[in-house]
Structure formats: structure tokens, C-alpha cells
Design a protein around this ligand. Structure first.
Ligand SMILES: Nc1ncnc2c1ncn2[C@@H]1O[C@H](COP(=O)(O)OP(=O)(O)OP(=O)(O)O)[C@@H](O)[C@H]1O
Length: 204
């Protein structure tokens, strides 16, 4: 399934941040979203994941196809690692959790309560959820935060394997993941602030 974004304009907190954005993300493709702090990477990914509406524009091919990993890991702290993955597998109808445990080297932690894991371990658990969703389009917001060098490599391997299976990935990151990826630079799409002259005199 190709994700197709056309003439997209988006806002955060009621303030336009990006406008006129368009791109396609095809099966097997990774697209790295780049831009300085505050330009709208998170806002773009939230919009594509369906967590907020755009101002205007079209997003096609996303419905029931997106697995989103945002800043929050979304883990259930009172459940063990295995119980968390089993819960998500049941939600998404996945047949097993072993590939997820293996890919993120979680087997030794499988009986630990998720709330007692370190930040990087929690992040590995949160990312492992991607593998039990069965969804083809991974939308990932700063996925490597808290990960050490080994875990970053595990994550990059998981993305490569996903692309090899015909999946795709849209990744906002400030680091080089070593992926064979295209780059979507958001600078040219920064929304133009309204000129002071555009405001009604009574408002000012
Ligand atoms: N909850 C919010 N309410 C209002 N404005 C927000 C909110 N969250 C972010 N913003 C603003 O929206 C704009 C876009 O923020 P966003 O988080 O999408 O940027 P980003 O490119 O992901 O930044 P970073 O690289 O720092 O994570 C920024 O100006 C930010 O200050």
C-alpha cells in the first residue's frame, strides 16, 4: 500500500506550521523526515497517523495501515513485557510475540514488569510493538531516544527487515540510522506567518 500525501497543510495549537506538503511512500521505502526543532515533524506524523485533522489536503492509503510510535511508549507498567506484547498481539490479531521479543532482545526481560524497566528498555518494548501490529506503514517519531548504540542497531535492523517484507517507514529523526532512505526536508514547507497587515485593526 502506497501512502500518498497531497497539498497537506497542518497546524498545532491552532497555529499553521506546514503548508503545501506532498510526498509518496511506496512499499519497501523508508523516508526520513528532517527539519529543525519546532518545524512540525511531530505534528506531521500525528496528522498522518490520524491523531489530529489537517487544515487541508489529502492523505491516502493510511487507513488501517499505520503503526505509530510516538514520544510516549504507551506501555502498561503493571504488566510484564510478555503480557504487554500479548495484549497488543490480541488487539491487532497477531499470531505470536516471539519475533518481537527476538528483534529487540527482550527475552531476558520477558517476565519483568514494564514499569520497572529502564528508559531504553521501555523504548525497546514500545518499538517491539510495531512487529505485532502487522501494519505495513510504520510512522516513527524520534524512535531512538534513550536507545544505546546496540539498541539503535537492533532498531535499524528491524526497520530493514520490515522494508524487506514490503513494509514502509516514515521516520522523524535527528540521527543517521544507516538506512537506505530518502529524505523529506520540511524547511521548504514551513507555513508563512500572516503579515501584521492581514489582521483586523480591532484585533490588534
Ligand atoms: N501541544 C501544543 N500546543 C500548541 N503548540 C504546540 C504544541 N506542541 C507543539 N507545539 C508547537 O507546534 C510547533 C510544531 O511542533 P512539533 O512538535 O511538531 O515540532 P518538531 O519538528 O517535532 O520539533 P522537535 O524537533 O523539537 O521535536 C512548534 O512551534 C511547537 O512549539
Amino acid at each position: 500500500m502506497t501512502l500518498s500525501v497531497t497539498d497537506l497543510s497542518i497546524a498545532r495549537g491552532g497555529v499553521p506550521v506546514l503548508q503545501g506538503l506532498g510526498f509518496d511512500l511506496a512499499p519497501g521505502q523508508a523516508l526520513v523526515v528532517r527539519g529543525p526543532n519546532g518545524i512540525g515533524k511531530t505534528t506531521l506524523l500525528r496528522t498522518i497517523a490520524g491523531l489530529q485533522p489537517p487544515i487541508s489536503g489529502r492523505i491516502e492509503g493510511a487507513e488501517d495501515c499505520i503503526a505509530y510510535a510516538g514520544h510516549s511508549d504507551g506501555i502498561k507498567p503493571t504488566l510484564t513485557v510478555t503480557e504487554n506484547l500479548t495484549f497488543w498481539a490480541s488487539v491487532f490479531g497477531a499470531s505470536g510475540i516471539c519475533p518481537a521479543l527476538d528483534a529487540f532482545e527482550l527475552n531476558d526481560l520477558s517476565d519483568r514488569h514494564a514499569g520497572n524497566l529502564s528508559a531504553g528498555q521501555k523504548r525497546r518494548l514500545g518499538l517491539s510493538r510495531l512487529l505485532v501490529t502487522g501494519r505495513p506503514i510504520w510512522v516513527l517519531d524520534e524512535p531512538t531516544v534513550s536507545l544505546d548504540v546496540l539498541a539503535v542497531a537492533l532498531f535499524a535492523d528491524a526497520v530493514r527487515a520490515h522494508l524487506g517484507r514490503g513494509g514502509s517507514a516514515l521516520v522523524a529523526t535527528h540521527i543517521d540510522l544507516g538506512l537506505d532512505a530518502d529524505v523529506l526536508e520540511l524547511g521548504p514547507y514551513r507555513a508563512v506567518p500572516r503579515a501584521v497587515d492581514d489582521f483586523d485593526g480591532d484585533f490588534l
